[in-house]
Design a protein around this ligand. Structure first.
Ligand code: B12
Length: 209
């Protein structure tokens, strides 16, 4: 199979899991840049979001595309995660309470692993207390919160407050399509990143200083 990235975008958008996975494997075999492969998939999800917003497709279609993206990112993960790096920092990552979106959060986790962090992934719908418990137990230097819904963004504030109230030294960073650096500042978070690549830069910057 030819590893054409435009075809990969189309396969993810159409929710064609098998083709998306095959094309990802083929693109890796061809020696294509894992970041470019990831960008092709993200472009598909952007398009899916637009079509959902415009009422052209509904939740089931969105879910089918998400599954295709998950299958493809599972194949991409080993390439994104650089081999043989000893974890220097520990990061806790999760999607906040009430929110079930996890593709972006998973990508951030993968990229942080790739940057050499040990990553503790708490999954989705994570209450504030659970973030605090994990950050404390694992001596995390960084806590990453994801939210994709405007209705669950306020739950990020609860986590920031709980982490601070527990006296933990961890930096708290946020992300997810509706978040902004201004919102991060408002809720007392240490930063916000717009994509998984920027999440690596942000974490490195905060942990260096
Ligand atoms: C796939 C999807 C779903 C899937 C999720 C499957 C899954 N396992 O994740 C399903 C079908 C389950 C779903 C459900 C719903 N969804 Co939805 N969904 C999407 C969609 C199309 C794509 C999201 C995605 O995966 N994007 C791709 C990833 C790679 O991007 P990302 O998540 O933004 O992550 C990147 C950055 O934001 C950042 N980032 C993310 N997290 C973090 C964390 C940290 C720490 C950092 C630093 C960075 C960071 O880095 C990531 C990688 O680059 C979006 C539209 C969109 N374009 O965002 C709608 C969207 C988010 N959904 C929406 C809605 C309304 C819903 C539902 C309420 C629909 C319904 N009526 O039931 C439910 C809510 C369920 C719930 N309680 O969470 C709306 C939200 C509107 C709003 N303003 O609140 C959107 C925007 C669609 C739209 N345009 O209307 N959804």
């Amino acid at each position: 199979m030819t590893a054409d990235l435009a075809t990969l975008t189309a396969a993810v958008e159409a929710g064609n899991r098998a083709v998306a996975a095959e094309l990802t494997a083929a693109a890796l075999e061809d020696g294509q840049d894992p970041k470019a492969i990831l960008d092709a998939m993200t472009a598909a999800m952007d398009q899916v979001g637009r079509r959902f917003q415009d009422g052209e497709i509904f939740v089931p279609e969105m879910l089918i595309s998400a599954r295709a993206m998950k299958a493809a990112t599972a194949i991409l993960e080993p390439a994104l995660v650089a081999a043989g790096v000893t974890p220097e920092f520990t990061a806790v990552v999760g999607t906040v309470e009430g929110d079930l979106h996890d593709i972006g959060k998973n990508l951030v986790g993968m990229m942080w692993k790739g940057a050499g962090f040990e990553v503790v992934d708490l999954g989705v719908n994570v209450p504030a207390a659970r973030f605090v418990e994990a950050a404390r137990d694992r001596n995390a230097q960084i806590v990453g919160l994801s939210a994709l819904l405007t209705t669950t963004m306020p739950n990020m504030r609860a986590v920031v407050e709980a982490v601070r109230a527990a006296g933990l030294p961890a930096k708290v960073v946020i992300g997810g399509a509706p978040t902004t650096p201004e919102f991060a500042a408002q809720i007392g978070a240490d930063g916000q990143a717009a994509d998984a690549g920027a999440a690596v830069d942000l974490a490195r910057r905060l942990l260096a200083g």
